[in-house]
Write a protein that binds this ligand. Structure first.
Ligand code: ZN
Length: 368
């Protein structure tokens, strides 16, 4: 199948602003040095810049693209970055580069899935919220909160964030000195739990069915009620609050989110307690978590006894189970919807401006 570029990859090109004005010409091919694959080149007739099928791919300018799937598997299998680099015989920086690029791309892919779910009636059912506590660099001085919002029956992760918490109290003398040094360097460390939880709840509100009443289960933290109200703009909603001291077993209403947090702690190396794989920077932690969320929602089965069913297919955000290569295919998954996602019912009104030509059910053909 011939690859048709859906839009000009040059962000400043005038054709990006006007629907239907993207015209291009094929200008020959080249052999990719890493794997000898033939790559088609194109010339944009508007901005006269050239690009290729490779420009659209998530492995654009990666020198060792054949390692991608293995690196991805390592990132969701509790393998530390250093150990993954040793195992594959590559540089640790190659792993870091992938986390930096994949994090935002997996988040965009998940947002595209939520958008298509929203256009097909929206999410429904009960969702569980909880915050996992971890840290960057120093456990006492630089704690980080990681809110997760999870579907109570289908384990679909709607959203995740990572933001700062203030240093803990009762510090040792040495830590108090270090805390002052850090405050001079970075300013006072604030509690951004509300900001992080708000982001996650808004993503849910945007994707939730406007007709059905949302139902949230959380612990009794006082800020949740107001954040829930704000996210849904005062719409009708239900809120079940569970005492956080309740036993954390299967009959606890927060079990789905507790289970998901435990799963993340088991599979994301930097969340493993008391290990040297801990995060050095919360932004990379967020990127790594999005990689894990994409895998959990779209690749991993809902449970080991549900072949072919993922949390994404169960909530109607994906039409089938995806492979890791499919997650890692496009740089702009919102504009080039991967084939495993449910296409939106109508694409009129420029909701997917990049998808020129094809009808609502066509997906962009893979590069040859
Ligand atoms: Zn152009």
């Amino acid at each position: 199948m011939r690859f048709e570029p859906p839009f000009c990859p040059n962000p400043t090109c005038a054709s990006r602003a006007r629907e239907g004005s993207f015209r291009y010409r094929r200008i020959g091919t080249y052999r990719r040095s890493t794997d000898g694959r033939k790559v088609q080149r194109f010339l944009c007739r508007t901005c006269r810049r050239s690009f290729s099928t490779q420009t659209f791919r998530l492995d654009y300018r990666f020198k060792l693209p054949h390692h991608d799937v293995l690196v991805f598997k390592a990132l969701v299998s509790k393998v530390t970055q250093r150990q993954a680099a040793r195992m594959l015989g590559i540089d640790r920086k190659s792993i870091q580069r992938r986390i930096r690029r994949w994090g935002p791309a997996m988040r965009a892919l998940h947002e595209a899935a939520l958008e298509s779910a929203a256009r097909r009636g929206g999410l429904n059912g009960t969702y569980c919220l909880d915050e996992l506590e971890t840290f960057e660099r120093n456990r006492r001085l630089m704690p980080v909160t990681v809110p997760f919002l999870v579907d109570a029956n289908r384990f679909f992760v709607v959203g995740v964030e990572a933001d700062t918490l203030p240093a803990r109290g009762n510090l040792r003398a040495r830590d108090r000195v270090r805390k002052l040094q850090l405050e001079q360097e970075f300013g006072r460390r604030r509690n951004h739990s509300k900001r992080a939880v708000g982001t996650v709840l808004r993503a849910w509100a945007e994707a939730h069915s406007p007709e059905l009443t949302p139902r949230l289960i959380s612990d009794k933290k006082s800020s949740y009620g107001r954040l829930y109200l704000e996210a849904f703009g005062g719409r009708r909603r239900e809120h079940v609050r569970v005492a956080s001291c309740a036993t954390r077993n299967r009959s606890n209403p927060l079990f789905p989110v507790n289970h998901t947090l435990a799963m993340a702690r088991d599979q994301v190396s930097r969340l493993v307690r008391r290990s040297w794989g801990a995060s050095k920077c919360r932004h990379r932690l967020r990127d790594h978590l999005w990689v894990w969320v994409a895998w959990r929602n779209y690749v991993r089965r809902l449970t080991n006894r549900t072949p072919g069913v993922t949390p994404g297919t169960a909530v109607g955000a994906a039409r089938r189970m995806a492979t890791i290569s499919e997650l890692l295919k496009w740089r702009w998954p919102k504009r080039m919807l991967p084939a495993f996602l449910v296409p939106p019912r109508h694409t009129k009104g420029g909701q997917f401006p990049g998808r020129g030509g094809g009808g609502p059910h066509s997906s962009v053909s893979p590069p040859t």
